[in-house]
Write a protein that binds this ligand. Structure first.
Ligand SMILES: NC(=O)c1ccc[n+]([C@@H]2O[C@H](COP(=O)([O-])OP(=O)(O)OC[C@H]3O[C@@H](n4cnc5c(N)ncnc54)[C@H](O)[C@@H]3O)[C@@H](O)[C@H]2O)c1
Length: 341
């Protein structure tokens, strides 16, 4: 089988390519990625070295219809990861989020439709469902109404609606996964876990938004890749599947766990101004994918964090060249403390 993977130089897409090509040894992948600030050219080199001719990289934009149309003709399956993915960035400037996440997804769907209704799997997020009360037992599932609260979440919700509309209107064979927060190797250090690891490794302060009580459900990226595989190969066409890690942690806990594992003093943990519209809690009920496809998260938060810390320790040459953008964001938040005090 030949796959078109979009955003395969980003965090989850690159882990997925490794996972898929290692498991399906006769398959080939075209990775189409614009190589925005969130992508790392070293990841492309890594895949080229590892998979040779089974991996083909094209630098390009999912909004470029002619390019997409030519590529879609060649493949059996489209797995769509490409997105603007950082909530903070969407708060500052949302235009690129609408362009990439909504128009880019539409371009791919249109190409899939006019080329014989190609199989299409869309990667989405639990953030489309909005937020949950901090101290409740409630969780998101496939029947939760959409209620996005950040420009990022709204643009992902828009893309999900388009994907579903292409199934209903044109019978495009789609599936969607709505997943909770991922962490693991190859994650750009603007995101909380690699940000904390890479800064603490250098004895730098780490910013914790507000009181640090916002809860996220963390999933190790390999478990997400396995869920996507199951949905692609065994999922019911037209359906969405919620994927979560059964690992709810608030930001204080994440910061303290990482500091403790790295033997760093808690004084490096600094509470900053909160993110505007910061959602208090996300949590996923993954009963549907467990019941129908037999998926469960297999890697505990403790083990996943240990693995991730080791990876960042051993792969400084991967993250060092791209860390300046992440450093800027962290320093900006740390300044918000200095201004207040
Ligand atoms: N990271 C998470 O915790 C998480 C959780 C649930 C869902 N998701 C979803 O998973 C997908 C991948 O997330 P990620 O964390 O790997 O993101 P990422 O930011 O690490 O990677 C995104 C990739 O998309 C590429 N890209 C951006 N605009 C593009 C364009 N116009 N054309 C082609 N490529 C473009 C970037 O260069 C980058 O390589 C996203 O759709 C995201 O919404 C992420």
């Amino acid at each position: 089988m030949k796959l078109l993977v979009t955003g395969g130089s980003g965090f989850i897409g690159s882990n997925f390519i490794s996972y898929w090509l290692e498991k399906y040894t006769r398959d080939t992948v075209i990775n189409l990625d614009l190589m925005t600030y969130a992508a790392n050219p070293l990841t492309v080199k890594y895949h080229q070295k590892l998979f040779g001719e089974r991996y083909h990289f094209i630098q390009g934009d999912i909004c470029n219809f002619n390019l997409i149309n030519d590529l879609v003709k060649e493949v059996d399956l489209i797995v769509h990861f490409a997105a603007e993915s950082h909530v903070d960035k969407s708060v500052e400037n949302s235009s690129i989020f609408v362009r990439t996440n909504v128009l880019g997804t539409h371009t791919l769907l249109e190409a899939a439709r006019i080329n014989g209704n190609k199989r299409f799997h869309h990667i989405s997020t639990d953030e489309v469902f909005g937020t949950l009360e901090l101290n409740s037992e409630a969780k998101f599932d496939e029947s939760t109404p959409y209620n996005p609260r950040s420009p990022y979440a709204a643009s992902k919700a828009g893309s999900d609606h388009l994907v579903k509309a292409y199934f209903e209107t044109y019978g495009l064979p789609i599936t969607i996964t709505n997943c909770s927060n991922n962490y693991g190797p190859f994650q750009f250090p603007e995101k909380v876990i690699p940000l904390y690891i890479t800064r603490l490794l250098n004895n730098k302060k780490i910013p914790v938004y507000g009181k640090g009580l916002a809860v996220r459900d963390y999933l190790f990226v390999l478990d997400h890749c396995k869920a996507i595989d199951l949905v692609i190969t065994k999922g019911k066409i037209g359906e969405s599947y919620c994927v979560g890690g059964d690992s709810e942690r608030n930001t204080n806990q994440v910061a303290e766990i990482i500091a403790a594992k790295l033997n760093k003093p808690y004084e490096l943990i600094v509470h900053t101004a909160d993110r505007p519209g910061h959602d208090p809690r996300y949590a996923i009920n993954h009963a549907k994918i467990t019941r129908e496809l037999g998926w469960n998260p297999t890697i505990s938060f403790e083990d996943g964090i240990d693995f991730t810390i080791e990876w960042y320790k051993n792969n400084e040459s991967w993250w060092k060249p791209i860390s300046s953008k992440a450093e800027e964001i962290a320093e900006k938040y740390l300044q918000s403390v200095n201004k207040k005090s």
